[in-house]
Design a protein around this ligand. Structure first.
Ligand code: ADP
Ligand code: ADP
Ligand code: ZN
Length: 215
């Protein structure tokens, strides 16, 4: 199964992707995670991406398209893939379509997580992640079992540098301008499965997502 998780920053794409990976064994491909790894490793690509990410702006299309193109050729993608945070612009979606034609594959679903802006700001500013196992928490909505400690035992959770209110507003504006046209792009292809995430727990969203994907 080849799927895309689409939705604004903070909608719960990463949270749902982890649950779907556990259920299906299909790999999650998060361009945000790949870019953050490149920034930490201080690669040329990471240096190019950092200023855009810090400002809450999208990294140029050619940078992310190259990353995804390489990743989709890896062996674990043969059984399917779950794109999280890609595509984010129409040119990225067009490139993906070309890549998939070359690979003789067809997208099955675009899972759209729909959440209102004010809830997104609350979600993102309270987000904390585990640097060891990648778990995602929220200080209020889905707190870790013990304060500042992950279920994997790691003490000290991380807050992303771009998860502050000012950058979040920039990212939401980038979403509405550059990414939301994809709802129409994939709608025309009959691929959009919409799940409402506002005022719904991660477990309830997961139940709706499974239904929407026929799982
Ligand atoms: P979120 O989970 O909050 O939506 P991500 O981790 O997906 O954020 O992305 C963090 C940042 O990485 C984005 O604000 C953007 O700068 C960059 N980024 C990630 N994916 C893409 C993409 N497909 N196109 C352009 N920039 C991207
Ligand atoms: P995205 O990958 O779309 O940016 P995340 O999965 O990282 O979103 O979730 C953003 C924040 O919102 C995290 O702190 C996460 O714990 C929290 N969150 C995710 N889903 C829900 C939900 N259904 N209700 C409340 N908080 C949620
Ligand atoms: Zn952990």
């Amino acid at each position: 199964m080849d799927i895309i998780l689409l939705g604004p920053p903070g909608a719960g794409k990463g949270t749902q992707a982890k649950k779907l990976v556990a259920l299906t064994g299909i790999p999650q491909i998060s361009t945000g995670d790949m870019l953050r790894a490149a920034v930490t490793a201080q690669t040329e690509l990471g240096k190019k991406a950092k200023a855009f990410m810090d400002a809450g702006k999208l990294v140029p299309d050619e940078v992310v398209i190259g990353l995804v193109e390489e990743r989709l050729k890896e062996k674990d993608c043969e059984k399917g893939f779950m794109l999280d945070g890609f595509p984010r612009t129409v040119p990225q979606a067009e490139s993906l379509e070309q890549m998939m034609n070359h690979l003789e594959r067809k997208l099955d679903h675009v899972l759209l997580l729909d959440v209102e802006d004010e809830e997104l700001v609350n979600r993102i500013t309270g987000r904390r992640t585990c640097g060891k196992c990648g778990a995602i928490y929220h200080l209020v909505f889905t707190p870790p079992p013990a304060a500042d400690t992950c279920t994997c035992g790691k003490k000290g959770l991380d807050q992303r540098a771009d998860d502050n209110e000012k950058t979040v507003r920039e990212r939401l504006s980038a979403y509405h301008k550059q990414t939301s046209p994809l709802i129409d792009f994939y709608g025309k292809r009959g691929l959009v499965r919409k799940v409402v995430g506002t005022n719904s727990t991660p477990e309830d969203v997961f139940a709706s997502a499974k239904r929407a994907l026929g799982l």
